[in-house]
Ligand binder design. Structure first.
Ligand code: KG4
Ligand code: ZN
Length: 348
């Protein structure tokens, strides 16, 4: 009998639920995004997010089961993000998961959101008719880049559940930098997809700087952001509402493209440098920024190692990655007690 795990994710502004079979096969993936609600504020408002999760959580879970053709009593366990994230948002998912685990008498598994982003790499990798996809399993050690709105972590993974932090951002997370850059350029929220869209097919002559932080595996993105701000001010693009600049659309496209290239350059170079240093057999990309088309393309082009990059919909927050990580813990007999608390500052 296959193992079916319900994964629930409510750490930030997506209410997500998914049923995954045997840790790899995504039977359903329901994501209710709150982007439009938060867009008018230019970022996620925690109080608004929690209340929206309350509205979306039950319909989301029911839809995930329906799409998966699975009844509640066919679930083997429920996995839920317990941290890191916004406390009030995490609590909604955790309490829903507790209710389900209690009612069905199945294991409750509190999952680290960052581990979830890593496990997304193996989702849907099992091509049953041909056997496992060899590129999906290069073996350990692996170097994982988790680049999201809250994190930019380079992690050495020596085995399932064995993580060592190699480096992290010293200031803004890569996704946060995309979001701030988009705000500078008068583009929408979240900024990553907007910057990508504005950069498509654009050639930029002027480069923005890169922070290499040589000799360290850490990242820094605030310098690139400040350089962008300065250039936007000089050209009259910023502040956006006051700009009456001729040809502003072209200028914004060029600045977006230069910004995207700088961030991607640093992410790819430092990930591959770290992989080389530790003798990794492959690299994993995860987190919302891994949905970026240029990053995906450049990582695949420049890496001589297999690069495991989930499809974009599994890079941004989703319940399937939580179920996948849950499966790993479930097979090791783990189960959390019903007094499990959220941990907003949890690290790997
Ligand atoms: O992992 P995620 O969905 O949520 C967090 O855990 O933070 O990541 C969200 C972040 C946002 O900052 C968003 O701008 C960024 O991922 N992002 C992108 C793209 N899609 C989402 N950044 C660059 N390019 C994209 N296509
Ligand atoms: Zn995330």
């Amino acid at each position: 009998m296959p193992t079916r795990i319900l994964g629930i994710e409510t750490s930030c502004d997506e209410t997500a639920a998914s049923v995954v079979e045997d840790g790899v096969k995504v039977l359903s993936n329901v994501i209710s995004s709150q982007v439009e609600l938060h867009a008018r504020y230019g970022g996620v408002v925690p109080e608004v997010a929690s209340r929206q999760h309350v509205l979306q959580i039950c319909p989301g879970i029911e839809k995930a089961l329906e799409d998966a053709g699975t009844r509640f009593d066919e679930l083997d366990a429920v996995a839920v993000t317990s941290g890191p994230g916004l406390a009030g948002s995490l609590l909604v998912g955790l309490n829903a998961a507790k209710a389900i685990a209690f009612a069905l008498d199945i294991p409750l598994l509190g999952i680290n959101h960052l581990e979830g982003h890593i496990f997304a790499a193996w989702l849907n990798s099992q091509r049953e008719e041909e056997g496992p996809d060899p590129s999906a399993d290069p073996g350990f050690p692996l170097v994982c880049l988790i680049a999201s709105g809250g994190h930019t972590d380079l992690v050495l993974m020596e085995g399932y559940g064995e993580y060592q932090l190699l480096g992290r951002t010293r200031d803004d997370a890569a996704g946060e930098a995309f979001d701030k850059a988009a705000r500078i350029l008068g583009l929408g929220f979240p900024g990553g997809p907007e910057i990508q869209r504005k950069s498509a097919g654009v050639h930029h002559a002027e480069q923005l700087p890169r922070s290499w932080l040589k000799g360290s595996q850490d990242f820094s993105f605030s310098g690139i952001k400040t350089a962008l701000l300065r250039r936007a001010q000089q050209s009259g693009i910023y502040p956006p509402d006051e700009s009456q600049v001729e040809d502003s659309d072209r200028l914004i496209g060029e600045m977006a493209s230069a910004f995207q290239e700088s961030v991607v350059d640093v992410l790819v170079y430092k990930t591959l440098e770290a992989a080389d240093m530790v003798g990794a057999k492959g690299v994993i990309l995860g987190g919302g920024v891994a949905a970026n088309a240029l990053l995906r393309q450049e990582m695949k082009r420049q890496s001589s190692l297999p690069a495991l990059i989930p499809p974009p919909v599994l890079c941004t927050d989703n319940g399937a990655m939580i179920a996948a990580s849950g499966y790993y813990h479930y097979t090791r007999g783990r189960g959390d007690s019903l007094d499990l608390d959220v941990n907003p500052g949890l690290s790997l």
